[in-house]
Design a protein around this ligand. Structure first.
Ligand SMILES: [Zn+2]
Length: 99
């Protein structure tokens, strides 16, 4: 899907934001609300958008997820995606260090 960044998909950004309005608050690399919207208007991969949708759905479900990473896999079609709950990870590191 790398051939179809969001800026080449007419109506995509508006339709997505209509259905998942919480994405308007995602800062993405801009670090402030609206950053993801700017990234989508500039053109970003759909895998990156899927990462943010996954984060938003987890937040709606009550999980404290704030960050994710999206990477393509060399010589393999598709998307590799990870969403991390940073607070849980920090908490887990602290527990390990206290043993
Ligand atoms: Zn992002």
């Amino acid at each position: 899907m790398e051939q179809y960044p969001t800026n080449l998909l007419p109506g995509f950004v508006d339709a997505l934001l209509k259905h998942v309005p919480g994405l308007r608050e995602h800062g993405c690399s801009y670090g402030e609300p609206g950053g993801l919207v700017l990234r989508m208007e500039e053109g970003t991969w759909l895998g990156h958008v899927a990462e943010h949708v996954a984060i938003e759905l987890q937040n709606i479900a009550g999980a404290d997820v704030a960050r994710g990473k999206t990477r393509s896999v060399t010589n393999m079609p598709g998307v590799s995606m990870s969403c991390l709950n940073m607070r849980m990870r920090i908490s887990a590191c602290w527990r390990d260090a206290s043993r």
